[in-house]
Design a protein around this ligand. Structure first.
Ligand code: SF4
Length: 99
């Protein structure tokens, strides 16, 4: 099941990891993922990033604040949609200012 259209990559414009060193989000085996997860925790694109990784079977790195192993467990337990909805509720919202 595809939850998002792969052509819609606008969520990347809201990514807090833009410009971060790739090793932070694709760490060598055994390296800490704490810094990456902290950035993901405040990212306005977190839910879409997570669902992109789930939909397109990203097997490496931190996506939406979840490691490869954690995403595999979520998939096994069929909790991807519930996790996406939870992330949508938790992630900071884009503030729209109308003048
Ligand atoms: S959730 Fe994390 S990995 Fe995904 S776009 Fe945001 S900062 Fe980057």
């Amino acid at each position: 099941m595809d939850w998002i259209d792969w052509r819609d990559q606008k969520w990347r414009d809201r990514a807090d990891c833009t410009g971060a060193h790739p090793d932070m989000f694709f760490p060598p085996r055994g390296a800490s993922t704490r810094e990456a997860r902290e950035i993901c925790g405040g990212c306005m694109a977190r839910a879409d990033c997570f669902m992109f990784a789930m939909t397109f079977h990203q097997t490496l790195g931190i996506w939406g604040g979840y490691s490869t192993r954690e995403r595999a467990r979520i998939k096994r337990e069929d909790r991807a949609e519930a996790t996406y909805n939870m992330l949508l509720r938790l992630q900071p919202k884009v503030e729209l200012w109308v003048s």
